[in-house]
Design a binder for this molecule. Structure first.
Ligand code: NI
Length: 141
């Protein structure tokens, strides 16, 4: 673990009042951890935006769809085979008679992973699909 550095910041009173309200809603016990999390969030966002050749990001694509739409199932499977190098694992849950939930864990260059997420989202019959962008954790302390 690296050394802890303390520093002071100047901030308008109404901005810190809003921030304190935010951290209370999120159940933080102090400003420091909330600020550390905001910094980490920005650094993860930077990893996804960096467009560095070979730089690996990690994420999940969560989708809900009706499995009775057979053509959708075929297209979804085809897409996953097209991007097999970027898929670590997937889990399929039958939510009810009609609806399925699928979570795909993805790793690779941000651009490719985003491409897969966009293509899944654009499939006809997908009710909801969302890419969660996270990190390998290697660059975060
Ligand atoms: Ni199912």
């Amino acid at each position: 673990m690296s050394d802890i550095i303390r520093f002071g910041i100047s901030i308008p009173a109404d901005l810190i009042a809003s921030f304190d309200q935010f951290i209370a809603e999120r159940h933080y016990t102090n400003r420091s951890e909330a600020i550390r999390d905001l910094i980490r969030e920005k650094l993860v966002q930077r990893e996804w935006d960096a467009k560095i050749k070979g730089k690996q990001v990690i994420g999940t694509i969560t989708s809900v769809y009706d499995h009775h739409k057979r053509e959708l199932l075929n297209k979804l499977t085809d897409l996953q085979h097209d991007f097999h190098e970027h898929i670590i694992s997937s889990q399929h849950i039958h939510l009810d008679h009609h609806n399925c939930l699928e979570v795909i864990i993805v790793r690779g260059e941000a651009e490719k992973v985003r491409q897969l997420a966009d293509k899944i989202n654009a499939l006809k019959g997908i009710k909801h699909s969302q890419l969660t962008m996270t990190t390998s954790g290697l660059d975060l302390k």
